[in-house]
Design a protein around this ligand. Sequence first.
Ligand code: MLT
Length: 266
Amino acid sequence: MKKIRLADVELEVLDQGAGRPILFVHGFPLDHSMWNAQLAALPSGWRAIAPDLRGCGRSQVTPGTVSMEQLADDLAGVLDALEVREPIVYCGLSMGGYVAWQFIKKHAARLRGLVLCDTRSAADTPEAVQSRMKMLNHVLRAGTTYVAEAMMPRLFAPESFQRIGGETERIRRLILSSSPEAIAATLRGIAARPDSTPDLGSIAVPTLVVVGEHDAITSADEMRGVAAAIPGAQFEVIPDAGHMAPMENPPVFNALLAVFLARLPN
Ligand code: MLT
């Protein structure tokens, strides 16, 4: 891992391999290690850059509100610090997708391709905002247990708890060890994110949209709609997987990713 100092925060970033850059952006409230199975199987000729977003993993916590736009700007700052000048493939899951919409808005020229996993373009409904505020109050009052209990059954398909129990347990511990202040700051940012659906039609890079067939947070139907709105996007449903599709079914996800990467124009 490399330490990267930006204007107001220090981030930990995994930078592995050499070649065309692919940026892996994790979901909430996780860290770069959710991409371990992709990092281990990345085709040769690719350089993987996988940050811990601010407040997550080993990156520094900034209290207040962490907006999706702020996280997108952090990613551009990481690419600058690593002297990545050529366009990147952006691969984001869930909150990593919310950040993608802002990255596309502000840094479109840096993109070569997009992989959007288990995410949505719509803003939160009033009910979703309310449940985030409930989680935020719990976490600030009583710590991260409530977050782990509320999220774990929604992150993974029921069968995954048996099939990849070591990994689901690792993620549970990661959530438990997160900073309550960071979780609160990120929840505020997620709840305030805008509706990005009107922007989907202007995405102008090759795009792969994937969703776990049992995703309980961002459904396959909703993601099919996102894919249909992005010109030329490829849409794939990952079997035997929930919201954490790349972790739950790496063979299928990695095969789709490898074909997508191989077909990208130079
Ligand atoms: C995530 O996986 O990033 C979260 O489930 C996103 C969300 O809570 O909307």
